[in-house]
Design a protein around this ligand. Structure first.
Ligand SMILES: [Zn+2]
Ligand SMILES: [Zn+2]
Length: 393
């Protein structure tokens, strides 16, 4: 059934910011480049600002405030509050509240403020240009943020802050450098527009283009190229299933400078309680997705009964592993409770606790390994299936 939708009115401030500024940049930045030119000082400062703004959004607005994936020292929070305001993407409060709604109602065209289901343009920036119902402020999902004095202060002084960071600082840099117009154009305007669009890619392209290794239940994708442009946020399929993990790219080699920054800050006490999802849960999600896919493929094909039987046997094993893991979690919880209540005498108790902890840990690791091996077997099974299909064709 088609629903009759009336087009809401334009949001003039946002149209000026998100259409006016890029249009100005498109004309003025190359013109100045042709007639006056930019030097390495200006390019380097533009790059520095790009990363300072970008990573204050990804590390601060996103992973710290919207998802509480770790805790940060007030000094770092102030830093994010200033440089994040410089990204001109609204205050922490509004950004994080919108983003929590995006996760909670992902792909729901009514309630996800930048639902990918409404098209690439809408999710990229169309959602900001009109007064859509989905982005009326509603902070009922951000009560914790309303208790954070830095968030509240930044929200109150947001306009002044963003002018200071986008006009004031580039102006000062320009005076210092001796070329005010060129510096304001490159470090102020050009950097701002580039940062806007790479961040917007996370809502648009990262919901269209890439793979879905962890879950098929929403449109978010993993995409290494987008991760490179978005300070590590391109591993969006992982992020949508495990949003409280401080990492988006979980492999050491996956480009995620935001995760590296958070981890580095933890070495000097600027960040604490970094939340990591256990390897077992990650493997479980990947296998579950792979099983569902394999089942659908095999069900559609003919003459693959023996392979289907093998698949079902593997799936039974997978369920057994998960049950064993659940039992282990309960055991671990009971042991910790016992330890805390001090059921045994002190010294003996500590030793026994350590021994039990090590034993449980070893069992958990062996279960994780079992899942990894099973994923390999499933891959081989699918290779066999594809070969079989090719022979039939
Ligand atoms: Zn998303
Ligand atoms: Zn998120």
């Amino acid at each position: 059934m088609k629903t009759q939708m009336t087009i809401p009115p334009l949001n003039p401030v946002n149209v000026a910011l998100f259409v006016g500024l890029p249009a100005a940049a498109l004309i003025l930045v190359p013109l100045w480049g042709i007639y006056q030119g930019y030097d390495s000082f200006q390019w380097l400062w533009a790059l520095a600002f790009l990363y300072l703004n970008g990573m204050s959004i990804t590390g601060g607005y996103h992973r710290l405030w919207a998802h509480r994936a770790y805790e940060a020292h007030p000094a770092l929070k102030w830093f994010f509050a200033f440089w994040g305001a410089g990204a001109l993407q609204n205050s922490i409060l509004i950004w994080a509240s919108d983003h929590r709604r995006h996760h909670r109602h992902v792909d729901d065209n009514e309630q996800d403020p930048y639902s990918a289901g409404r098209g690439l343009w809408f999710s990229h920036m169309g959602w900001m240009l009109r007064k859509y119902k989905g982005n009326e402020p509603d902070f009922s999902n951000a009560k914790d943020l309303l208790r954070d004095p830095i968030v509240v202060w930044q929200d109150k002084h947001y306009v002044a802050l963003t002018v200071l960071m986008n006009v004031g600082l580039p102006l000062l840099l320009g005076i210092w450098h001796g070329d005010i117009i060129g510096t304001v154009l490159l470090v102020g305007l050009f950097r701002l527009v580039v940062n806007h669009h790479v961040t917007f890619f996370i809502n648009s392209l990262a919901h269209y283009w890439g793979s879905r290794p962890y879950t098929d239940s929403n449109s978010a994708r993993d995409n290494g190229f987008l991760a490179f442009l978005t300070y590590g946020e391109g591993y969006h399929n992982y992020h949508h299933i495990f949003q409280t993990d401080y990492r988006n790219g979980i492999r050491w080699w996956q480009w995620d400078p935001t995760k590296w920054m958070i981890a580095l800050c933890s070495k000097v006490g600027l960040t604490t309680n970094l939340n990591r999802v256990s390897d077992f849960k990650i493997q479980r999600a990947m296998l579950d997705t792979a099983f569902t896919r394999a089942r659908t493929k095999m069900a559609e094909a003919e003459g693959s009964e023996s392979l289907i039987n093998m698949l079902e046997r593997e799936y039974q094993l997978f369920t057994d592993f998960i049950n064993q893991w659940r039992a282990l979690q309960t055991e671990r919880y009971e042991r910790t409770k016992e330890h805390l209540s001090g059921a045994l005498e002190e010294k003996k108790h500590n030793l026994q606790h350590k021994w039990e902890h090590a034993a449980l840990h070893a069992r958990l690791e062996s279960l994780e390994y079992s899942l990894k091996m099973q994923r390999k077997r499933l891959g081989l099974l699918m290779d066999q299936f594809h070969l079989h299909q090719a022979e039939l064709a």
